[in-house]
Write a protein that binds this ligand. Structure first.
Ligand code: PEP
Ligand code: MN
Length: 340
């Protein structure tokens, strides 16, 4: 349920109403906008008399919220959320703060990672990506460097100042990620509906969680997965459209659903980013799809960059060279300027 408070009501009166609602065992989310305060009520809202609430002199209106996603719902928080890193340093994400996340699919060695990190930083990236634990379709393929890869990411962060984004695959590694201060924890498409993992990410950290859309996940399922994290205490979720399975299999790896961007932006206040690499599987399609995603309203891009794509241990075909990334980054700047 959404309760709009009249403008110019004193904070004491709002606090009094919030306390009364919390005493009824409701979760109350407060949004304080420039003009007005909005209270979002989650829980058994049937226990309150809507007409009585409406009749209060401080209340402007009361509306039901039929959607099953609550904490992520834009009705609760009409403005875009702006997420910050746990350290408080580094770039914010959302609400006009664009995240340009670039780096290799997998961390392969110190020289590979640090070299790419320096090049993407020089080209304008503000986050470094790199997988240390890799979900591979075949158990015979390179599975990632594991915790050694995490240490290399930390070295690359120290070297360049770029905050790091890396994938957490299983619960047992969550402590390691927290202890090492991973800036943004990625949950991959294969784990989007691993609800136990999502609950723990809600309980144990406030680090932003980059949540990818499931391989065949609907938009609502993605929002419900975000809800698992938020309902358990971590409101810092970034949604990522990374392509979905359709009947196309000859020419693109997945089908990039760009319409998900404006749909999500209208439904939720969370930042929405796009992964043009996994959604297409082809480096030649990455530039055009990146620009299209930005035109569609994406708050950021996560893109794979490799110094030697032909010999990459994972996802070389979809990886840009650092030079191609620099050219794309310049176009991104121009497009964002034109759209501003
Ligand atoms: C990745 O980012 O390298 C990755 C494995 O992504 P996804 O979960 O979208 O397949
Ligand atoms: Mn990859």
């Amino acid at each position: 349920m959404i309760v709009m408070i009249r403008p110019d009501v004193s904070p004491e009166k709002i606090e009094h109403l919030i306390k009364w609602l919390r005493d009824k065992k409701l979760i109350v989310k407060e949004f304080h906008g420039q003009q007005q305060c909005v209270l979002g009520l989650i829980g058994n809202t049937k226990c309150i008399d809507k007409d009585m609430l409406k009749s209060l002199d401080i209340v402007e209106s009361v509306a039901d919220m039929p959607e099953t996603f609550k904490a992520s719902n834009r009705k609760m928080h009409p403005e875009d959320s702006i997420l910050r890193l746990v350290s408080g340093n580094g770039p914010a994400i959302g609400g006009g703060n664009f995240a340009l996340i670039a780096g290799p699919c997998s961390v392969e060695s110190r020289s590979q990672l640090i070299g790419i990190a320096q090049e993407v930083k020089a080209a304008g990236a503000n986050f470094l990506r790199g997988g240390a634990f890799k979900p591979r379709t075949s158990p015979y393929d390179f599975q990632g460097m594991g915790s050694e890869g995490i240490d290399l990411l930390l070295e690359a962060r120290a070297e360049t100042g770029l905050p790091i984004v890396t994938e957490l695959m299983y619960l047992q590694n969550l402590d390691l990620f927290i202890e090492k201060g991973i800036d943004v924890i990625q949950i991959g498409a294969r784990n989007t509906q691993n609800y136990d993992l999502l609950k723990e990410l809600g309980r144990c950290t406030k680090a932003p969680i980059l949540l990818k859309r499931g391989l065949a996940g609907t938009i609502k399922e993605l929002l419900m997965s975000a809800e698992y994290i938020m309902a358990n205490g971590n409101e810092n979720v970034i949604l990522c459209e990374r392509g979905i399975r359709t009947y196309e299999q000859d020419y693109t790896r997945n089908t990039l659903d760009l319409s998900a961007v404006p749909v999500l932006k209208s439904l939720t206040h969370l930042p929405v980013i796009v992964d043009p690499s996994h959604s297409t599987g082809r480096s030649d399609l990455v530039p055009s799809m990146t620009l299209a995603a930005i035109a569609a309203g994406a708050d950021g891009i996560i893109v794979e960059v490799h110094n030697d794509p032909a010999n990459a241990l994972c996802d070389g075909a979809q990886s840009l060279t650092p030079e191609a990334f620099a050219a794309l980054s310049a176009k991104i700047d121009k497009l964002r300027e034109a759209l501003a």
